[in-house]
Design a protein around this ligand. Structure first.
Ligand SMILES: Cc1ncc(COP(=O)(O)O)c(C=O)c1O
Length: 484
């Protein structure tokens, strides 16, 4: 039996259709959606966690009778968007959390409205080609190899996990084991993944998920500015071989999360080659340097990688999610393939590539669309300059901090971050400064620990931020410290 509908119920207003009427409905809805956003007056509203919890707990998520789009969107504006953080506010400097490019934000609407799914060609014919084209472009920009390609993932964590999944399979294949079929061989007890002590925690998390365990990760000491010490790497490699442990992969970081340090990629690549280990570069942060001729020089050696993580949702100003794993040889993905009767059948027309065969996901968003639309709209020159501005801003913040008697740099700023602490202040003092400014909605600061030393952090992600804004944020921090 079909349900009886009242005259007021018209599903044409509910489901996106790509006919004249459907496009009108969508355009009106888009106007309502943007109208639900209000100008912000700071990086965060002053609402307390309790108040926010209470407000949202009382929200009837799925009433029997819907409230209608205009009310629902207005409520989202008042309740959710007004109580979020504002990454475009100059005082929102905690994380690698960018304001989105306009071109990307509006492309997201068209992505949702057309809802292609990236697992199979028959769900996204042009989407599949666009993603492959973007991956090829990125592989060429990295200079990885003519056979280089990649796949979009949900983030740097997922890209690093995928890279280590591929590396683990190659290692297992050397003892004639298909690890994805039969599980880990006994030899896996001795497999080790080497990275720096400043590498992102997702390396450990990936090893945990891959059955190697977090203990398989060997952390190499870093310099005072946070990049891997090659002599310490040599020492660890020697220690591993003495202990009859096998090197599965070396993970270098191009742009560490806190200090923005870039490991010496070429010498590390040479060690990986010598030990026949997979060389992965986590360029989630500094991958964007490829946009600037000047900054790209700092990535020398990245072209030797077997795989590279690039996060578009960091310094490429894409809304979440948008990351890529690029590999030296697209054939590396073959080991992931699981044919399925309904999806990746293996008997499609020549040229119909099903990207599910490259991915740890099945259904997947068309995240490449916003990246391609915005790169084309804005262009490399402009994006490169925006990035150079942010790097210059972090350096400027460093000089201002050095000029303050109360503050001191933990390391000279090398990327878009500036990490510092305060003379005569404890870690708890820094925690209070960060929390109080957050609670009052005046500034959203980063807080971290570098080699046991508590610190505050600015991460400049908004190219509209000016040196005056930096002065103001530093004044806020000093005033807060003085008030403790
Ligand atoms: C160097 C590095 N790698 C990986 C990640 C994880 O990225 P995501 O948060 O997109 O999973 C981060 C996050 O900040 C990072 O800084």
């Amino acid at each position: 039996m079909f349900p009886a509908l009242s005259d007021a119920e018209d599903w044409h207003d509910l489901v996106v259709t790509l006919d004249d009427r459907g496009l009108d409905v969508l355009a009106n809805a888009a106007t309502l959606a943007t109208g639900s956003l209000r100008p912000s007056s700071g990086p965060r509203s002053t609402i307390s966690p309790d108040e926010l919890h209470r407000l949202i707990a009382h929200f009837d998520i799925c009433p029997h009778v819907g409230v209608g789009l205009s009310t629902a969107l207005a409520e989202m504006g008042a309740l959710v968007w007004a109580n979020g953080v504002v990454p475009s506010d100059p005082a929102c400097v905690a994380h690698l959390h960018p304001p989105a490019l306009v071109a990307s934000a509006v492309t997201e609407l068209t992505v949702a409205a057309t809802n292609q799914s990236m697992d199979s060609w028959d769900q996204s014919p042009a989407g599949t080609e666009i993603e492959l084209h973007l991956m090829k472009w990125l592989a060429e920009l990295i200079g990885i190899s003519a056979r280089g390609s990649g796949v979009m993932t949900s983030g740097g964590t997922a890209s690093n996990t995928l890279a280590l999944t591929l590396a683990r399979s190659r290692m297992a294949a050397r003892v004639n084991v298909d690890v994805l079929k039969s599980g880990l061989p006994r030899e896996a007890e001795n497999w080790r993944v080497v990275c720096s002590d400043q590498a992102h925690f997702s390396v450990q998390r990936a090893c945990a998920q891959l059955g190697l365990g977090r203990d398989a990760v060997v952390a190499v000491a870093t310099t005072a500015t946070g990049s891997m010490e090659v002599t310490a790497l040599d020492h660890e490699l020697e220690r591993l071989s003495q202990a009859q442990q096998q090197l599965l992969a070396i993970v270098a970081t191009a742009g560490t999360t806190d200090l923005g340090a870039i490991d010496p990629l070429a010498p590390i690549a040479e060690r990986a080659r010598r030990h026949d280990a997979w060389f992965h570069v986590d360029a989630a942060v500094a991958g964007a340097y490829l946009l600037s001729e000047h900054l790209a020089k700092e990535l020398a050696g990245i072209e030797f990688a077997d795989s590279v993580t690039v996060d578009f949702h960091k310094l490429w100003w894409q809304p979440f999610n948008a990351s890529a794993l690029v590999v030296r040889d697209a054939k590396s993905f073959d080991i992931l393939r699981v044919t399925s009767a309904y999806l990746d059948r293996g008997d499609e027309v020549e040229g119909m590539e099903n990207l599910v065969a490259r991915s740890l996901d099945t259904s997947r968003r068309f995240d490449a669309a916003k990246v391609v639309a915005s790169l084309r709209a804005v262009g490399k020159n402009q994006l490169g300059k925006m990035l150079e501005h942010l790097v210059a801003l972090a350096r400027y913040a460093g000089t201002v901090i050095e000029s303050q008697t109360r503050l001191q740099l933990v390391a000279p700023p090398m990327s878009v971050m500036c990490v510092f602490d305060a003379r005569d202040a404890t870690g708890d003092d820094l925690r209070r400064v960060q929390q109080q400014l957050l609670m009052r909605g005046e500034a959203v600061l980063g807080r971290t620990v570098i080699k046991g030393r508590a610190a505050l952090k600015f991460t400049f992600m908004n190219p509209l931020t000016t040196p005056d804004d930096v002065d103001r944020i530093i004044r806020l921090v000093v005033a807060q410290l003085d008030s403790l």
